[in-house]
Design a protein around this ligand. Structure first.
Ligand SMILES: Cc1ncc(C[n+]2csc(CCOP(=O)(O)OP(=O)(O)O)c2C)c(N)n1
Ligand SMILES: CC(=O)[C@@H](O)[C@H](O)COP(=O)(O)O
Ligand SMILES: [Mg+2]
Length: 651
């Protein structure tokens, strides 16, 4: 049995001799490459924190001490060392989560995968320990250099530094988010990293003086002068110590002995301390180290020998956006791109390659991205802020009161809208429709295919006096879905509405249009007429759509956002305000946290499986017919049903 298999929890790890730790680290790396290449996941980040995590669980006493991983994507080693070694279904329903999970282990604290929150968690934990007189407990936060560029981290540091509570901030500095980390913080960490050279220089100085036989006093004076001189040149500790934080480091994050020594030093201070650990993302796995893009930050299924990803066919939503925004930028010199440390994942790399000075990476700082975009717009530019949908959440106030209040022409492009799948509840892009609906003047489009994405993106960047949003899902874009007619501002996709009129209007939103067409097919098998429309611009819900809905007896809405504030929610409210008798069924994501798993399965489980939606629509129509019949009998008068849908002018 290898060392890793012998470890069921931190106590087994603490029992190992220091000289066994490098061997254990090697076994962990072999395990990670073998397991994650089969399932996909955050291979690079976890390869970089093997020795660090071993040190954390040897020095601190989890779960009495609390170890918080920022973002949480680098917690696989933590899981391996705390009794979870079955990675066969990592990030799959029923398997291990790709992030900490309190349901999995008492050693796990924070499940939120949004970056830069760990220091606030640690500050809160430390305050609780102090007030509950649990002074033997330590709060430890492991935060990456990328996450340290997020504003929340500095709000927390400001509080942590002002206290004497034992908070250990471990900066896992691998010099990268996905790409190399940007900004002043990155530069400062780089300066501190040179201290490693400084320490080596110092060691060399000590050895040389000793070898040279210099007398004690002279040797000390010389060395002190060298140390003082070097320190000012290569290692200004400034920032953290000026804040009032003890600084330990920089530490070689792949030297188990040095890591453990530094963590023990930090623990012994008994107050707030920064431990600056230098690591390498993808450490020990050449295909990751050779990957200039992001050192295998997040991989799909790969060949463990070569790191080669499985071939995939078809264009992604992101690639369509990437091409189109670069096209637009060619003629629109005012258009600029903004990314929050995700230039490649959000599709701005092609734009940046073509126009390097017109794409801005602001670090993991979505709030700054939004408000600086308002500034850009005020200066005559048209910013396109590209983020994953879920990450717009934290910039809501900035969208509302910096962009919309000032009627700034800013376009937000939300990738990964809807259910994303393996990353779980804090990654599903299900909040943006509800949040954006709250913003006066904001307009949001949900394209259904590549052509509508291109059209709606161009329409969005043409708006100069209000925020616009274009949202699309994760993965491959579907084949073209042409319209057969227009109804107001909506595309009619299917329907015999110009015949005797259809019973049901099915409103299909964005990436769920293919599902809606399957629903319509199944409903028609029951002899129920269905017209399928795609509103395209879904925030706000426009009067033409409400008019159209009001000309049907029953409306069903299919969308991949949270129910509250969604398209169906707004359409039903508009019909109610008109005292319209049309009945509305809303098929949206339930307003709760959805677990991780396979995207299509999660949508089905959320009640959006075509067969389930169709069944419920047919039942509703039948129920409506029964109600109409019974009320007609009661009144002995002809039914007063909503006038059938009017004929559409053909497109
Ligand atoms: C608010 C927010 N924005 C963007 C992301 C996407 N994201 C996940 S990990 C990551 C990079 C993190 O870099 P770092 O903190 O240095 O950790 P490392 O991967 O280098 O260990 C980003 C941008 C996120 N999780 N949260
Ligand atoms: C941890 C994090 O936020 C990202 O790495 C995210 O997991 C990437 O998601 P995609 O794989 O959908 O790009
Ligand atoms: Mg990093």
């Amino acid at each position: 049995m290898g060392l890793l298999e012998s470890i069921q929890g931190p106590s087994d790890l603490k029992a190992l001799a220091p000289e066994q730790l490098p061997e254990l680290a090697g076994e962990v790396r072999d395990f990670l490459v073998a397991a994650v290449s089969r399932t996909g996941g955050h291979l690079g980040p976890n390869l970089g924190v093997v020795e660090l995590t071993i040190g954390l669980h040897r020095v601190f006493d989890s779960p009495r001490d609390r170890i918080v991983f920022d973002t949480g994507h680098q917690s696989y080693v933590h899981k391996l060392l705390t009794g979870r070694q079955d990675f066969s279904r990592l990030r799959e329903a029923g398997g291990l989560s790709g992030y900490p999970s309190r349901a999995e282990s008492e050693h796990d604290v924070v499940e939120n995968s949004h970056a830069s929150t760990s220091l606030s968690w640690a500050d809160g934990l430390a305050k609780a320990f102090a007030l509950r007189s649990e002074r033997d407990r330590t709060a430890v936060a492991v935060i990456g250099d990328g996450a340290l560029t997020g504003g929340m981290a500095w709000e927390a540091l400001n509080n942590i530094a002002a206290s004497d509570r034992p908070v250990i901030v471990v900066v896992n500095d691998n010099e990268r988010s996905y790409a190399p980390t940007i900004g002043g913080m990155a530069s400062h960490l780089a300066t501190l990293r040179t201290t490693r050279e400084y320490e080596r220089l110092l060691d060399w100085g000590k050895q040389s003086l000793r070898k040279g036989g210099a007398p004690g006093r002279l040797a000390y004076e010389t060395l002190h002068g060298v140390k003082k001189g070097l320190k000012d040149i290569v290692a200004p500790q400034g920032l953290f110590e000026d804040l009032g934080l003890k600084y330990v480091g920089p530490v070689d994050g792949h030297d188990t002995e040095a890591v453990e020594h530094a963590l023990r030093r930090a623990k012994s201070y008994g107050g707030p301390v920064i431990v600056h650990v230098i690591t390498q993302k993808g450490r020990g796995y050449q295909p990751a180290l050779a990957d200039d893009a992001d050192h295998f930050h997040a991989v799909g299924v790969i060949d463990p020998e070569t790191g080669e990803a499985q071939a995939s066919s078809g264009a992604s939503w992101t690639s369509v956006f990437s091409r189109e925004i670069t096209e637009i930028a060619t003629t629109r010199r005012d258009v600029v791109g903004v990314t929050a440390a995700m230039q490649i994942p959000v599709g701005l790399q092609e734009f940046a390659d073509a126009f390097p000075d017109r794409v801005f990476d602001v670090g993991i700082a979505e709030q700054h991205a939004a408000t600086s975009a308002a500034g850009m717009a005020a200066g005559g530019l048209h910013p396109v802020v590209a983020v994953y949908a879920t990450f717009l959440n934290r910039a809501f106030d900035q969208v509302l009161l910096d962009v919309a209040l000032h009627r700034a022409g800013v376009t937000f492009v939300l990738d990964r809208a809807g259910v994303t799948g393996p990353d779980g509840p804090s990654h599903h892009g299900m909040w943006d429709l509800g949040l954006c609906r709250l913003v006066p003047g904001l307009r949001l489009a949900a394209p259904r295919d590549a052509e509508t994405l291109r059209e709606e993106l161009r329409e969005a960047v043409a708006v100069e006096d209000a925020p616009t949003v274009v949202r699309f899902g994760k993965g491959k874009v579907p084949a073209a879905i042409p319209a057969i007619a227009r109804a107001g501002h909506a595309d009619v996709l299917e329907g015999e509405a110009w015949s005797a009129g259809d019973d049901v209007l099915l409103v299909a939103v964005g990436a769920l249009v293919p599902r809606a067409l399957e629903v319509a097919r199944r409903v028609r098998e029951h002899g129920v007429g269905v017209t399928v429309v795609d509103p395209r611009w879904v925030v706000p819900v426009d009067d033409a759509l409400v008019d159209l809905a009001g000309r049907h007896s029953h409306v069903a809405v299919l969308e991949d956002g949270g129910e509250v504030g969604g398209v169906g929610w707004a359409l039903a409210a508009a019909l109610r305000s008109r005292r319209d008798a049309t009945t509305v069924q809303v098929f949206a994501l339930p307003q709760r946290f959805l677990d991780f798993g396979e995207r299509e399965t999660l949508l089905d489980e959320a009640g959006l499986a075509p067969q389930d939606v169709a069944r419920r629509v047919v039942e509703a129509v039948a129920q409506q017919a029964r109600s109409s019949a019974s009320s007609a009998t009661a009144e002995e008068s002809p039914t007063t049903s909503t006038p059938r849908s009017a004929a559409f002018p053909s497109r």
